[in-house]
Design a protein around this ligand. Structure first.
Ligand code: GLA
Length: 389
């Protein structure tokens, strides 16, 4: 169980390290979570996404310990884990440790023993990528500590590999990319096929993005995620067979899909429809945000949620309820569930007035219906993973 989660901040990480190991850390890294403004489940489908790093972080403090042991201390769980580098490095049964072991394994030939402490304030299991923040932060910290000079894209790949092989989630590349490449006040439009991106500064004065945590953690989240991946791959196979010009989802248009409806199993068609329409929305919302057309950007968020609910089928009663509740207020321009799905956070674009009133009202109704708490998490778009000491 989380014991310290709310308490860790930039000032306390060093003290926690000293309390645990009785000396000062050599390196401290701050690694952010992310919001995704549009493009859900499109990353592993070679599509487009529009994420941004946020001001909620995982902090990692680390030092060399001159022996062959990796000592890890999770401040949030108040638990320790050790790994002997002379023995085979493999998955264990502690899930938070597995993410770190995966990164250590990738860098095994380049590093020695370390003492490490980490903790943060990114809500866990809330669709804002606390695990990517951890994996990227560990890769970044080890690169600094052992002077490995890893490129950002190398760290992205190492962090993603750890999720694939040690957390057993076949995630795409968006979270790790946003964590490492984030720029303050910029949204990042990533083409997940070419891995090229465009950063756009957005000035949303008078408006803001907020996260509303449903506090729902779906047990089958990881297996459902993996099955969406194979369903969308299957849809692409059918599309490729019927049209030789189709090499990836980027070659598929909505009208092409309309014509194919009767030739594909309904579920598979719906998966494809979500991906192709969300890819389009990524570009549309980027333009609307850049031209400060917030009403339209809000409508696109609502459309995105509708598509997640009805076509990709990754929402749940609770997040659907929150999106509806929020939209009852004129302060809210639009909202949608973010991240892998089946719970977690709803991202809303709101006018920068009386937001608390709106959330409080929604929270009362939410509690009545689901007996769950609804948390409001203010977010600012922040700088990507970097060394702070
Ligand atoms: C998780 C994955 C990402 C992405 C999102 C859904 O956050 O880690 O790669 O697929 O879900 O958009």
């Amino acid at each position: 169980m989380l014991k310290n989660r709310d308490k860790i901040n930039i000032y306390e990480i060093e003290d926690h390290f000293i309390n645990k190991y009785n000396y000062k850390p050599e390196v401290i890294v701050q690694s952010p979570g992310r919001i995704n403004i549009m493009g859900e489940h499109t990353d592993y489908n070679e599509g487009y996404v529009l994420p941004a790093a946020i001001d909620h972080y995982m902090f990692i403090a680390v030092s060399k310990n001159q022996c062959d042991v990796v000592n890890i201390y999770s401040i949030d769980y108040d638990e320790s884990y050790s790994l002997n580098l002379k023995e085979a490095v493999k998955r264990g049964d502690v899930s938070w440790a597995n993410l770190i072991i995966g990164v250590v394994k990738s860098l095994l030939s380049k590093i020695g023993g370390i003492d490490l402490a980490f903790g943060g304030n990114i809500p866990e299991g809330a669709g804002v990528s606390s695990s990517a923040a951890l994996c990227c932060g560990i890769a970044y910290a080890l690169s600094e500590l052992f002077n490995l000079k890893l490129e950002k894209w190398e760290m992205v790949k190492i962090a993603q590999k750890s999720e694939h092989e040690f957390a057993l989630v076949q995630c795409g590349i968006m979270d790790q990319f946003a964590c490492l490449f984030g720029i303050t006040n910029h949204v990042l439009l990533l083409d997940c096929k070419t891995l090229t991106f465009q950063a756009s500064e957005i000035d949303i004065t008078g408006y803001k993005f907020i996260l509303v945590n449903s506090n729902v953690k779906h047990n089958l989240k990881d297996s459902e995620y993996n099955s969406r991946k194979s369903e969308s791959a299957k849809a692409l196979e059918i599309l490729k067979q019927s049209n030789l010009k189709v090499k990836s989802y980027q070659d598929v248009s909505l009208s092409m899909l309309d014509n194919m409806r009767s030739e594909m199993p309904d579920m598979v068609w719906k998966r494809a429809y979500h991906i192709v329409s969300d890819n389009k929305r990524v570009h549309q919302i980027t333009d609307e945000l850049k031209s400060r057309n917030y009403e339209k950007a809000g409508e696109l968020l609502n459309e995105g949620h509708f598509s997640e609910k009805n076509f990709y089928e990754i929402t749940c009663e609770e997040t659907d309820f929150i999106v509806n509740e929020l939209n009852r207020s004129k302060t809210v321009l639009g909202a949608r569930q973010v991240g892998g799905g089946f719970g977690g956070c709803v991202l809303a674009l709101v006018k920068d007035v009386n937001v608390n009133e709106v959330i409080d009202k929604a929270a009362i109704n939410y509690k009545k219906v689901f007996s769950l708490t609804l948390d409001h998490i203010p977010v600012n778009i922040s700088q990507g993973c970097h060394r702070i000491f």
